[in-house]
Design a protein. Structure first.
Length: 420
């Protein structure tokens, strides 16, 4: 293994997505990074080495704090990449190198893994299965990832019982329902990855909890076609936590305001209507989701900002795309059906209907925008290409808008967290 610190070739486009990896109590442990890149913006075909180089390059560009919220980054690694030293460009404490299932457990791979461990990188064996030829690498593995759909229940149990220990954690992949997660937990898996987190099961609640109504009332006031600024000011002033956050936000270097703030009303006038609405929408979702794991909150803010960027380029009628993106995951944050979420908001009937239609997969005018938002989040590059063309959007614009949205959402949540 070369240890001289070989430089990466520059990657002009960063098409990075992430999928969360959760603990038993649904806290985010880390993210698997999904990357595609090519010299042509319309081509999303990329070999595995390009994908790994691109993920590393994007991590260096944006930083682990933004891409992974300072959690672990799980990065796929082929046989060829393992024998190179690209990973040395990343901080070892937060990087997990996933050894691809096609990598042979030969002397070269074994030596490379030993050197990575010495440099304090973590190692995962991806798509591990019964009679896996990489079994000789088990002593070096910190994580074993198992696609629970490919094996029988008995095989999953046997793998977990055999390899789980203090030095090696079992990670269940392709977990799509809560029932599958519970079964994997019973087998001994302690980490979970799959669509059950991004696509939550239907909630049975029929009313929004009383302690959330204040936030929704403020969201409703600021989302009106002609907001009553006096009413918004009173709502802010009657919520001590929100008022404090608002005044601290006015002092943020993100805004660069030079005039001292004399009152809440004065601060509102300094921000202006658009920036005020943006702040209110962001902070209300943070408050309503304070008992939820951070990935739901961040997803909502990223979606909102991304859709807002698209609004200047696509036909969306009178619908507020920032609000559509933010509300798209609000049912999961509040633990109530989407119909209950939108019921009390001053959205026009068309927007309400289109948001509900998009949520259940029924076509509407906003469906292509909604689908593009989800495709970009999940790294479904084929769908991103098709939908971007349908909306007459350039792929570099789509990607730049998403990366900017990630940075903005991280800044917003960072400010809020510092004031709790």
């Amino acid at each position: 293994m070369n240890t001289t610190g070989q430089a990466l070739a520059p990657k002009p486009k960063a098409w990075l997505a992430r999928q969360p990896i959760l603990t038993n109590d649904d806290k985010v442990f880390g993210y698997e990074l999904l990357y595609r890149a090519s010299a042509e913006a319309t081509d999303f075909e990329s070999n595995a080495e390009d994908a790994t180089c691109g993920a590393i390059d994007t991590l260096n560009l944006l930083g682990l704090d933004v891409v992974c919220d300072a959690q672990f980054a799980f990065i796929n690694c082929t046989h060829e990449m393992l024998l190179k030293d690209y990973f040395l460009l990343l901080p070892p404490e937060k990087v997990v190198i996933e050894i691809h299932e096609t990598a042979p457990a030969d002397e070269g791979v074994l030596a490379a893994c030993q050197q990575l461990k010495q440099k304090r990188y973590s190692i995962a064996l991806d798509n591990f299965h019964p009679n896996d030829p990489r079994e000789s690498l088990i002593p070096l593995a910190d994580f074993i990832k198992v696609d629970i759909r490919k094996n029988s229940a008995e095989q999953n149990t046997a793998i977990a019982n055999r390899y789980a220990g203090k030095s090696c954690r079992m990670l269940a992949q392709k977990v799509e329902t809560r029932a599958q997660k519970l079964a994997a937990m019973k087998d001994g898996f302690t980490l979970f990855q799959g669509y059950f987190f991004q696509r939550p099961e239907k909630m049975q609640a029929r009313h929004i909890p009383s302690d959330q109504t204040n936030s929704l009332r403020l969201l409703q006031a600021v989302s009106a076609p002609e907001p009553d600024l006096k009413a918004v000011e009173e709502l802010i002033k009657h919520d001590a936590s929100l008022c404090y956050r608002f005044l601290r936000y006015l002092n943020s270097p993100l805004l660069g305001l030079r005039s001292p703030v004399e009152s809440v009303g004065h601060g509102m006038s300094l921000l202006g209507g658009l920036e005020l609405a943006r702040f209110i929408r962001a902070v209300t979702i943070l408050e309503m989701g304070q008992e939820k794991c951070s990935d739901l909150i961040l997803s909502s803010l990223v979606r909102a900002k991304f859709c807002e960027a698209l609004s200047a380029k696509v036909d969306h009628g009178k619908s507020d795309l920032f609000l559509m993106g933010m509300l798209s995951i609000m049912d999961s944050i509040l633990g109530v059906p989407m119909g209950v979420v939108v019921e009390g908001l001053p959205l026009d009937p068309t927007t309400k209907a289109e948001l509900l239609d998009a949520k259940i997969g029924r076509d509407s005018r906003l469906t292509p925008i909604y689908r593009l938002m989800l495709a970009r989040e999940l790294g479904d590059w084929e769908d991103v290409t098709v939908l971007a063309r349908k909306l007459n959007l350039s792929l570099p614009f789509v990607n730049r808008s998403y990366n900017d949205a990630m940075v903005w959402a991280h800044e917003m949540t960072g400010i809020s967290a510092s004031n709790k």
